[in-house]
Design a protein around this ligand. Structure first.
Ligand SMILES: Cc1cc2nc3c(=O)[nH]c(=O)nc-3n(C[C@H](O)[C@H](O)[C@H](O)COP(=O)(O)O)c2cc1C
Ligand code: SF4
Length: 520
């Protein structure tokens, strides 16, 4: 009899106990006289919602872990390891939990199941079928497919991807570009990283299709420098794809070219904003450009440029391969397809959950996330990154849908969900939002540059109990000015977390106000 263990080789997997699980199984296998093969599969990345390692046995495939140290200690101390149970794998088996089954993985279908750098694995799991299809189509037909799919930008603004591509296709220029925004700076988000580390060919394929669609022959991935593994993986994947004729000159003998390079950012949140990103790519300081002109018409080096988030581009191979209707079948209203939600903060089962738009935020946090890690009551949730609103319990039944979120003054953004228990001080969180804007503002416009600095001071005065009513009014006016007067969403959206904290958790701001003031 022989078993095969599939185990990721990255450091996160090791931190989660993969090596210890493997050695435990090796002991078992020796005792049972089983021949053991260990297959290391690169990065899996999705550990919290997936088994950490998998074991193929003649009785089927079993998943184990992840396990924290205390789980491991009890596991190793248990009868299981003494060979006193009937089925040696029974105790370690991670049941296929209902929330795992209910995911709708379109973009993340392959992640964790393939060796990220194996072209054979990628092809064996529907890889490059979208590209092959795109090579048979006219550019307008590719753009039409993306339009019909209903795909909207996953970087935050939810702008229809097909319409952006149409603008670039319609522009005439000696050179056009595809730029992938992989700056992923939102708090609690890691979906882009998982794509790049675990399924890099999907992004390469999506960008190549974008190039064919709009007539761009050069692409850049603007990657945050905090992702060194993604940098290595992407570069190796690009090299291998070029060697295999899937990228570079004369793709698959079609006569079409698409060249791709990775460029590293330098840790500025504002460089995720598309125009600041383009400045940075051009080698300049990351300052926001005024729009118009749109990057689609005057983008990188002044040429028409598609700027899309990793997830937007990663959704494209599925759309081309399975058809626009297959993608549009998922979702609700104008939010079509799926969004990989990322659960972070005080959550029991943090990780990535890919779901069609539509279920409620409550379902996501409790049915998939399992509530808080420490069992404390959940109090506030920030969705959509550091510029997203805080949602109180009264809003947790809101559907995960761009329009439903907009209706309650919130955003879905890049799908990051950060959960806070009842020990959170929302006055402190509001201060942090302003402080974040002070640190990350590009400084080009006054409402954001000066407004955020003054915002911190005003919140400090409120929290110190100084003229609380007057300062709350001042803070409200200041938010209004930032919201309406800022050049980009950095200053324009910082009021979202501040105002939502004031509106729904006002008690946290006035803790130090005098009784007389509160009565007044
Ligand atoms: C301050 C700020 C930071 C941003 N950071 C990111 C980011 O890290 N990644 C991203 O894809 N979009 C980010 N965006 C949105 C981009 O400006 C742009 O809308 C997006 O890259 C377009 O791609 P999409 O249509 O595929 O979403 C940011 C916007 C702002 C205002
Ligand atoms: S809002 Fe802030 S980040 Fe945006 S352009 Fe103005 S100063 Fe720069």
């Amino acid at each position: 009899m022989s078993w095969t263990i599939h185990v990721p080789s990255d450091t996160t997997a090791r931190a989660l106990g993969s090596d210890r699980l493997v050695s435990g199984i090796q002991v078992l296998a020796r005792e049972a006289g089983v021949e053991l093969h260990v297959r290391r599969n690169g990065t899996r990345g999705l550990y919290w919602l997936e088994p950490l390692i998998e074991v193929d046995t003649p009785n089927g495939r079993y998943g184990f872990g992840p396990v924290n140290d205390s789980d491991l200690d009890s596991l190793f101390a248990s009868e299981f390891w003494k060979g006193e149970v009937d089925h040696p794998l029974a105790l370690g088996l991670v049941e296929e939990l209902p929330y795992l089954k209910r995911q709708q993985r379109l973009t993340f279908a392959r992640l964790g199941r393939i060796d990220p750098l194996s072209l054979d694995d990628y092809r064996a799991h529907a890889g490059f079928r979208g590209l092959e299809k795109a090579l048979t189509l006219a550019p307008q037909a590719i753009v039409d497919a993306v339009k019909e799919s209903g795909l909207r930008g996953r970087g935050g603004a939810a702008f229809p991807t097909g319409i952006k591509w149409q603008t670039v296709l319609g522009a005439s220029a000696d050179q056009k570009y595809i730029v992938c925004n992989a700056d992923e700076g939102d708090s609690g988000t890691f979906a882009d990283r998982l794509v790049m580390e675990c399924d890099p060919y999907m992004l390469i394929e999506g960008m190549t299709i974008a190039g064919l669609a709009v007539g761009a022959t050069q692409g850049y991935i603007y990657l945050r420098s905090e992702y060194p593994q993604a940098f290595r993986t992407l570069n190796s994947a690009i090299e291998r794809a070029c060697e295999a004729g899937l990228l570079g000159a004369n793709i698959l003998g079609s006569g079409s070219d698409f060249h791709l390079e990775v460029r590293l950012g330098a840790g500025a949140y504002i460089c995720g904003e598309e125009t600041a990103l383009l400045e940075s790519l051009e080698g300049k300081r990351g300052m926001v450009r005024a729009k118009p002109p749109l990057p689609a018409l005057v983008g990188l080096f002044g040429r028409p440029t598609v700027v899309n988030n990793v997830l937007s581009l990663a959704a494209v191979p599925f759309i081309l391969d399975q058809g626009a209707a297959a993608y549009a079948e998922y979702g609700m209203g104008r939010s079509r397809g799926t969004l990989p939600f990322q659960l972070a903060g005080n959550v029991k089962q943090g990780g990535l959950v890919e779901l069609a738009f539509g279920p409620s935020l409550r379902e996501l946090m409790f049915e998939f996330g399992g509530g808080t890690r420490n069992g404390r009551a959940l109090r506030a949730v920030q969705v959509g990154g550091p510029l997203g609103a805080y949602l109180p319990e009264s809003q947790w039944d809101t559907a995960l849908d761009y329009e439903a979120f907009a209706k309650v003054g919130a955003v879905l953004g890049h799908g990051g969900v950060v959960m806070f228990d009842d020990t959170v001080d929302m006055g402190e969180q509001a201060r942090f939002s302003m402080e974040f804007c002070v640190a990350e503002s590009c400084g080009k416009c006054t409402p954001c540059r000066i407004g955020s600095t003054r915002g911190v001071e005003v919140i400090d005065r409120i929290r110190a109990g100084e003229q609380v009513e007057a300062n709350l009014e001042l803070l409200s006016d200041l938010c209004d000015t930032m919201l309406n007067g800022s050049l980009c969403a950095m200053g324009g959206m910082t009021p979202f977390p501040v105002q939502s904290a004031m509106k729904h958790f006002g008690e946290d701001f006035v803790k130090n106000a005098s009784a007389a003031e509160l009565e007044a």
